[in-house]
Ligand binder design. Structure first.
Ligand code: GDP
Ligand code: GDP
Length: 456
């Protein structure tokens, strides 16, 4: 599913990066105090409730003496706005309404996107409401008081953002649309599988032109869901393009992965896992997509009763980063097990979208802690894991609140992930774990306290 874009717009220093950090729960955007520092547009993934979107920080809109935007920055922001579903205008509540905010609001109105005003630096919810009130004058609807630093009001703001996002696509019968891609290097049997899937079953409902010029997406109803097969072009047209058969459009595959809810990663049973397969698999995991591994050409393998587990073990050793994905052995040629593809993909999608209550997560965590205590540093400091909560789905993402993330090495982090999987399932989907420290939280609070004491 192509993610809708939320463009963050505002003057320098109103707290755009801080808010992006909070919305995307990452620390990638850099917070700085210098106004007018030009940045490239930064794209980050955000998620809230069951929705995913891309957050674009346009950089601060700086004005020259004639109250015009600096051209380079304006251009960046314009580019972002033309593709945005929502413009999120950030203003500084402590500073109050400025002429520049008014100019920005007027400019935004000329774009065909929904707009929302977030009034930042409103640490107190009560005072915040009255601080936010004057931004009604921008004519962009109800202003939302928030504090990017403390997180006050950001939940309400995100509820509104999600409400304004374009609806998830539903097919004519109101079924869930699932974007699925068949990923793999040339010659593993992707087109043959696609034919086998569509041939044996006459449920193809439509061929719809895809969003990009030379792709054709096909919809199939299976397992009571509408599957939109993303054509990676490599599938249908490979033979007609001018490139040689060795040409492998890996970027095209990467794009298809990005658009997918679930990826069917096809590998060749005869050739095993190559480096190209590993790169595709790595990307699927990195993008947080659900996945089913299809080992195709199973008919051509000489085998006895023990062959399947032996081959599975060999393949898995090289695809260790997809150890959570199910493996299905098929033959596109004979049709063997092809009918299981959508059943297993469906299970993976369900897990990908699953949510688990905080109390259940913490039962698993406390069990995990009693089997194995967090590591202790050389200086004798003991890692402490206070509690955990699922903060998003698709893929299921958890924040773990700890005293100091540094104390938790890779092996303990992997242990916790394994325990979450053992306790909660999640077969077919990657998980994301965020380790959040106490110090980090205190620094954030300290900055906020200082800023509240400085008159602005
Ligand atoms: P940007 O230039 O709009 O991206 O702004 P930054 O995110 O870099 O923040 C500018 C300054 O405002 C920094 O010193 C932040 O610490 C501060 N700031 C950001 N959010 C808040 C907030 O919610 N409350 C207060 N009091 N200060 C904030
Ligand atoms: P793609 O490049 O991944 O789309 O692969 P194709 O579907 O074009 O298949 C490449 C070659 O593998 C063709 O010669 C197919 O006939 C053959 N092939 C595909 N699937 C199977 C299979 O399940 N068994 C065997 N033996 N050959 C297959």
């Amino acid at each position: 599913m192509a993610r809708p874009i939320v463009a963050i717009i505002g003057r320098p220093n109103v707290g755009k990066s801080t808010l992006v950090n909070r919305l995307c729960r990452s620390r990638d955007a850099i917070v700085h105090d210098q106004p007018g520092v030009t940045r490239d547009r930064s794209y980050q993934e955000g998620f809230w409730a069951d929705r995913e979107f891309t957050v674009v920080d346009t950089g601060g809109l700086v004005f020259n003496d004639e109250s015009e935007f600096l051209p380079e920055i304006r251009q960046q922001a314009e580019l972002a706005l033309t593709e945005a579903a929502i413009a999120l205008i950030i203003v500084d509540g402590q500073q109050g309404l400025t002429v520049a905010d008014e100019a920005i609001a007027e400019w935004i109105r000329s774009y065909d996107c929904k707009a929302l005003v977030a009034v930042n630096k409103c640490e107190s919810p009560e005072i915040g409401l009255s601080m936010a009130a004057e931004f009604w004058r921008l004519g962009l609807g109800n202003p939302y008081p928030v504090s990017a630093i403390h997180g006050v009001g950001t939940g309400d703001l995100m509820d509104k953002v999600v409400e304004l996002l374009p609806p998830k696509e539903l097919d004519a019968e109101g079924k869930d649309n699932i974007q699925v891609s068949i990923i793999g290097r040339p010659n593993v049997g992707k087109s043959s599988l696609l034919n086998a899937i569509s041939g044996e079953n006459r449920a193809i409902v439509s061929s719809i032109r895809g969003t990009t010029r030379d792709t054709i997406d096909t919809s199939i109803i299976r397992e009571n869901r509408c599957w939109r097969l993303i054509d990676t072009a490599g599938i249908r047209r490979r033979k007609s393009v001018q490139y040689g058969p060795e040409f492998f459009g890996i970027n095209r595959s990467f794009k298809a992965i990005e658009r997918s809810d679930v990826c069917l990663l096809v590998v060749d049973a005869l050739e095993g896992v190559t480096e190209q397969d590993q790169r595709l698999a790595g990307r699927i995991e990195q993008e947080g997509r659900a996945c089913l591994i299809i080992v195709n050409k199973w008919d051509a393998v000489e085998k006895d009763t023990y062959t399947m587990p032996i081959i599975e073990k060999e393949l898995r050793a090289k695809l260790y980063f997809l150890d959570w994905a199910k493996m299905l052995f098929t033959s596109a040629l004979t049709g063997k097990r092809v009918e299981h593809i959508f059943r297993l993909a469906s299970l993976a999608v369900e897990q990908h979208r699953r949510r688990v209550s905080t109390s259940v997560v913490n039962e698993v965590i406390s069990e995990a802690l009693s089997w194995r205590s967090p590591p202790t540093s050389r200086g004798g400091r003991q890692g402490r894991l206070y509690y955990a909560t699922q903060v998003a789905s698709a893929p299921p993402s958890f924040t773990l609140f700890v005293n100091e993330p540094k104390l938790f090495g890779d092996s303990y982090r992997r242990y916790i992930e394994r325990q979450l999987r053992e306790g909660l399932g999640f077969e077919g989907t990657p998980l994301k774990l965020f380790w959040r420290g106490k110090q980090q939280r205190e620094v954030e609070r300290e900055i906020a306290r200082k800023q509240n004491n400085t008159p602005s």
